[in-house]
Ligand binder design. Structure first.
Ligand code: MLT
Length: 246
């Protein structure tokens, strides 16, 4: 059996993956995906992604107990309780709570992918677990896989691109049919080798986060396989997924 693998480079290209009927992985290393993975690993009961601040505030009105979190230009919007730094989502703050999350780019990808199945969340933090879940799920269901490297402001981001390659490195790629984009991501990830953290730090988005005092987020988001959870987005909510249900 062959599994077709695509890597897309912008949020808007998730539309193509939805049309193909692929399993989708949303990758926004800095920082939406990393925040979602960390929050769930630290006991959040679910994350509700919202594409806009207005939508997030409406949800908060309906669910006053949910934590309102997110960023614009990297910083917490006025009236929010948490920003989008994965380091803020500690067990003490969020254990058992539901979170509404709106970010500049990443949460828009969920809106586009809402009718796809399955939709997973990947970053360096859980690359190994995502690779394993994808391969097992795709084999069972005979569907293609699209890794959406969300990028930044409609442009490619090297950290998301390399992360897509890192997830591919965790899969038996000789059994898969890679698009040229997927081949390129795999080459980039292998080329990055041990220098992932350095590359994330020197990326455009990394440099921006550094300029607003968030260098520790870059270090946090560059760690590979810190978690084994695979968040799954379904019916408007992201929860920790079970491999068998993909
Ligand atoms: C986004 O979704 O655009 C990012 O997560 C932005 C960030 O928080 O750095």
């Amino acid at each position: 059996m062959t599994v077709d693998i695509h890597v897309e480079f912008r949020v808007s290209d998730a539309v193509k993956a939805v049309k193909r009927g692929d399993a989708i992985v949303i990758i926004d290393v800095l920082r939406c995906s990393s925040t979602i993975i960390t929050a769930l690993a630290n006991g959040a009961s679910e994350i509700v992604p919202a594409p806009t601040i207005g939508k997030a505030k409406q949800l908060k009105k309906r669910h006053p107990n949910y934590i309102l979190a997110g960023e614009r230009k990297g910083l917490m919007p006025q009236g929010f309780e948490l920003g989008n730094s994965p380091r803020e989502f500690t067990r003490e703050k969020i254990n058992g709570r539901s979170i509404i999350l709106t970010t500049t780019n990443g949460t828009k990808a969920f809106e586009i992918a809402k009718d796809a199945k399955p939709v997973l969340v990947g970053s360096f933090l859980n690359a190994g677990a995502v690779g394993k879940a994808l391969y097992e799920g795709a084999n069972k269901n005979n569907r293609g896989i699209s890794l959406i490297a969300c990028g930044r402001a409609t442009r490619l981001s090297i950290e998301d691109f390399i992360c897509a390659g890192k997830i591919l490195e965790m899969m038996p790629t000789d059994e898969l049919t890679l698009s040229d984009g997927a081949h390129a991501a795999l080459f980039a990830s292998k080329g990055a080798g041990e220098k992932v953290a350095e590359l994330v730090c020197s990326s455009e988005h990394g440099r921006y986060l550094k300029s607003i005092g968030l260098i520790k987020d870059i270090e946090f988001c560059s760690r590979i396989n810190r978690y084994t959870d695979v968040p799954l987005f379904a019916k408007g909510k992201i929860r920790t997924g079970k491999f068998s249900k993909l």
